[in-house]
Design a protein around this ligand. Structure first.
Ligand code: GLP
Length: 233
């Protein structure tokens, strides 16, 4: 893993922009995208750039189950607000958390990933080491699946909802095996509340108890950290 220490999220955004730019120059045509506060500075930098994604596709990691694409806390909405509204892709795939048949939605999403092998996958990091919505204990061989969110994640994400009760209890997420298929992975983490998860995933054992630790096995991973997130390394 290559670690890039930055002084601010704005600087992290600029580094992220460069990595997206290099991927495009190398001919990337499929980008795996993430939500959460961490990728926002990268999306801002991309939105302000002259990069052209109109001939590429994007595939998002995850979506809550049971809230509509118009709900302000849905990941569909987040992506439109932070990126797609300003930087359109030829097609942007986000899992449909309202599908009547969620099992078949997971299967179609795997087909989408297989049809558009991801060149560069962007990831945030959960406080418990999750990636996408792959919570601790998720199999490293998992494909797209329905997840029961942990108390920790529900609490962490409740800051975006009016109350903890309103946070969906389930999500649909790309699996760990699907994430690992990406040719290159960019993961960012900022702030003291990520320090333990950062240490565990970079320096701890590779274990399903820390989903992001699987990245130690991937040959092409870049990690962007600020000093607080890197403070336990
Ligand atoms: C959610 C998302 C993850 C994200 C995590 C951390 O659980 N499903 O993809 O990485 O939150 O979010 P943040 O970047 O806001 O800390």
């Amino acid at each position: 893993m290559e670690i890039k220490l930055v002084q601010s999220q704005t600087e992290g955004g600029q580094i992220g922009l460069q990595i997206f730019k290099e991927a495009l120059l190398k001919g990337a045509n499929s980008f795996g995208l993430a939500t959460g506060s961490t990728p926002i500075s990268i999306y801002e930098a991309i939105s302000a750039s002259n990069l052209d994604f109109s001939k590429t596709v994007s595939i998002n990691l995850d979506e809550y189950v049971g809230i509509s694409a118009d709900h302000p806390e849905s990941y569909h909405y987040f992506m439109r607000e932070h990126l797609f509204g300003k930087k359109p892709f030829a097609h942007s795939f986000v899992p449909n958390g309202q599908a009547a048949d969620l099992k078949s939605e997971t299967e179609s999403y795997d087909k989408i990933i297989n049809d558009h092998p991801i060149d560069l996958q962007l990831l945030g990091l959960g406080q418990n080491g999750h990636i996408g919505f792959n919570e601790p204990g998720t199999s490293f061989t998992s494909k797209t699946h329905i997840v029961n969110l942990t108390e920790n994640t529900i609490r962490a994400n409740s800051r975006f909802f009016e109350s903890e009760d309103q946070v969906p209890k389930q999500a649909i997420s790309m699996g760990i095996a699907s994430i690992l298929q990406a040719k290159e992975i960019l993961i960012a983490a900022y702030g003291q509340n990520k320090a333990q998860a950062v240490r565990d995933f970079i320096q701890g054992p590779v274990t399903e108890a820390v989903p992001a630790s699987v990245l130690q096995k991937h040959p092409n991973v870049i990690v962007i950290l600020d000093p607080a997130a890197a403070s336990l390394l």
